[in-house]
Design a protein around this ligand. Structure first.
Ligand code: ADP
Ligand code: MG
Length: 661
């Protein structure tokens, strides 16, 4: 018996550890080797006239024997001589054992991932097999050799007793024994290896991992058919069936993403999407593209028609399927998608990404980065197109996936605002429909220097807020934001960069500019004219004693009481100083228990021209302390109610109202 080389032994050890997570890939590896062997023969036939081949005869055969616990993968490809067996199977991924060692050394602890993502070729058979036999006859030779190993120490190569009829290779795995029924919770362990000894088990692996291999993968399958009805069948004849065997091609061979867009019906894309990604609904958008250049790849992306139920849960895994030369390398390659496009599903296929780790890992990452960048660009472009040309569909999309886009801006501290901000829609209080920032800006009157918004949980209530009405009356639109992430997104953005508007001679146009995003409930709204401001300042000084008395009555509920510079028809309202708005305070208060949520700095602004204000002045003049406290509490509470916030003490509020009456 010959000994395996050291690195092969290491790899075999890894296999043993990887057995529960990755063992399904063994078939993919054997099938892709068989497919490679056929390719090599085809290539040879192009240069060597003696190798005239009928294309349709080239195939990969799959079979299993339940009793003997064997699986066989056969091909009629180029085959191997005894020397080639020695060289190719005696050491791992013969071309790349050094690279493997390197990658393995660097990736301490993540070996299992290496196996799962890139495969380790032929040796992965030992994850499921206790013994592997390779029977091969090289093209142009009439001798058949057998390579055999139990995967532990070494292997043997001998001349076969029985010759193969044609060139090609049979790989025969004798599966390991069923594992002992696990005593623990490990469901994987319970599954055992018997699934591989069934038609559906093998079919499942082929359609999952090798569906788009160029050559047919055929298996003898058992089917059932109805027997013809006998002439003299009685009235209550029940149809009879018989089983029969048929050679079936399991794989679909040509991947839909390699077909040209104009050659594919949308129905076919929809079917592919539904069956591959297990969705009942057709996708909202299908994005096929092909890039040629230093890196050659095909991609087929889908924007789902609705959010998967677990999209916002911790368990949701983003990613695109990664194929190399029609063989799936990874089911969900997360590096190909940014988090804010995590809802996108699809496939990326590049012959330049190697199936084995036998190439440089760094280069791999560079390729992934390049592909990820253009994937992102394509998604953005398609969403923009949907936004501009199919607003109804886009609004549906937005309802499903806006949270992710907004979080994308928030999580990147605003650095991803371009291009994400322009994909956002908000409810315009004036237009009463969803608008983009750009549309908001385009409708701004001269003199408006900020984008106004308010956040809360009900559009209807926000539309009725006095301050919103005040701003609308000034001719400025207000965006009504109902998602808890909205204000945090705005704080991360701080400003929206409005594009330049081309100008002609009459209309001077507008340079690109940054417009501040302003919550209308913040104190520094700066909407009032200088005159109004001056007046408010005067009123505040004039009634200084009254205001500080009121502030005293309210205690730490407010930081101050002041005259409103741009009053509405309400007697009082609450604004805030500093970065925390009332709505943010509400959202943050729902944070984890025990966490001290930041509080807003509230200001009670009074409308000095409102009749109620004169009552306050009168109470102050009469030194009626009790009444002053009552009024202060009432005005504060009703201002809160108008903002849609709960009053601190509803019982006290009710009592105050009663005592007033
Ligand atoms: P890789 O496919 O990346 O080269 P593998 O470990 O999968 O690595 O296979 C090692 C080598 O064994 C292949 O390169 C090939 O030369 C040889 N080989 C494996 N399977 C076959 C087969 N079915 N027919 C011919 N050669 C094969
Ligand atoms: Mg291989």
């Amino acid at each position: 018996m010959k000994q395996f080389r050291t690195e092969s032994k290491k790899l075999l050890d890894l296999m043993a550890n990887s057995i529960y997570t990755n063992r399904d890939i063994f078939l993919r590896e054997l099938v892709s080797n068989a497919s490679d062997a056929i390719d090599k023969l085809t290539f040879l036939s192009l240069t060597d006239n003696s190798a005239s081949l009928a294309d349709e005869d080239l195939e990969i055969r799959l079979s299993y024997d339940k009793d003997a616990r064997t699986i066989m993968v056969s091909d009629n490809g180029i085959g191997m001589t005894a020397e080639e067996m020695e060289e190719n199977l005696g050491t791992i991924a013969h071309s790349g054992s050094e690279e493997f060692k390197q990658a393995n050394g660097e990736a301490q602890g993540s070996e299992v991932d290496i196996i799962g993502q890139f495969g380790v070729g032929f040796y992965s058979s030992f994850m499921v097999a206790k013994q592997v036999r390779v029977v091969s006859r090289a093209f142009g030779s009439d001798e058949t050799y057998v390579w055999e190993s139990d995967g532990a120490e070494g292997y043997t190569i001998e001349k076969a007793d029985e010759q193969r009829a044609t060139h090609g290779t049979d790989v025969i795995l004798t599966l390991r024994d069923e594992p002992e029924k696990a005593t623990g919770e490990d469901e994987e362990a319970e599954q055992g290896f018997d699934t591989y000894l069934s038609e559906w088990g093998l079919r499942d692996l082929i359609t999952r991992y090798s569906n788009y291999v160029r050559h047919p993968i055929r298996m003898m399958v058992t089917k059932s058919r109805q027997l013809p009805k006998p002439e003299d069948a009685p009235e209550d004849y029940t149809p009879e069936y018989e089983d029969y065997e048929e050679l079936e091609t399991l794989n679909s061979m040509t991947p839909i993403w390699r077909k040209r867009k104009q050659d594919v019906e949308q129905d076919d894309y929809d079917e592919f999407y539904k069956s591959t990604f297990h969705d009942w609904d057709a996708p909202a958008r299908t994005i096929p593209f092909h890039v040629e250049g230093t890196l050659d790849y095909y991609a087929l992306l889908f924007v789902p028609g609705r959010a998967p139920f677990d999209l916002y849960s911790k368990d949701y895994e983003k990613g695109l399927a990664l194929y190399s030369s029609n063989v799936m390398i990874m089911e969900k390659c997360s590096d190909l998608l940014p988090d804010y496009y995590n809802f996108v599903r699809g496939v990326v296929d590049s012959p330049d990404v190697s199936l084995n780790i036998s190439r440089e890992t760094l280069q791999q990452n560079r390729q992934l980065r390049i592909m990820a960048r253009s994937v992102e660009r394509q998604i953005t472009r398609n969403l923009q197109d949907m936004r501009d040309n199919d607003r109804e569909e886009y609004e549906k999309f937005f309802e499903n996936f806006s949270r992710g886009l907004k979080f994308g801006i928030y999580n990147s501290y605003g650095s991803k605002a371009d291009p994400l901000a322009d994909l956002l829609l908000y409810w315009s209080a004036r237009e009463e429909k969803m608008v983009t920032f750009a549309e908001y800006v385009a409708a701004m009157p001269e003199g408006q220097e900020a984008i106004y918004y308010v956040a809360g949980d009900s559009r209807e209530r926000m539309a009725k807020m006095p301050i919103v009405k005040t701003v609308l009356d000034k001719g400025f639109d207000v965006l009504l934001c109902t998602q808890d992430v909205d204000e945090f997104t705005f704080q991360a953005m701080r400003t929206y960069r409005a594009a330049a508007i081309a100008g002609d001679s009459e209309n001077k146009g507008q340079d690109a500019r940054d417009l501040e995003l302003k919550n209308v409930t913040s104190g520094d709204l700066d909407l009032a004219s200088d005159e109004e401001k001056e007046e408010a300042q005067k009123a505040t000084t004039e009634h200084e004693d009254l205001f500080s008395a009121l502030a005293g009555k309210l205690g730490d509920k407010v930081v101050k009481v002041a005259a409103a510079a741009n009053p509405s028809d309400a007697p009082a309202r609450i604004t805030t100083e500093g970065p925390v708005s009332l709505e943010m305070e509400r959202v943050l208060a729902q944070g984890p228990e025990g966490m001290e949520a930041p509080k807003s700095r509230r200001v009670l602004e009074l409308n000095v021209s409102h009749p109620v204000f004169q009552k306050l002045v009168a109470a102050q003049e009469a030194s009626d302390d009790e009444k002053l406290a009552l009024y202060a509490g009432l005005l504060y509470d009703q201002a809160l109610l108008v903002e849609g916030l709960p009053v601190d003490d509803p019982v006290a509020f009710a009592q105050n109202v009663c005592s007033l009456m």
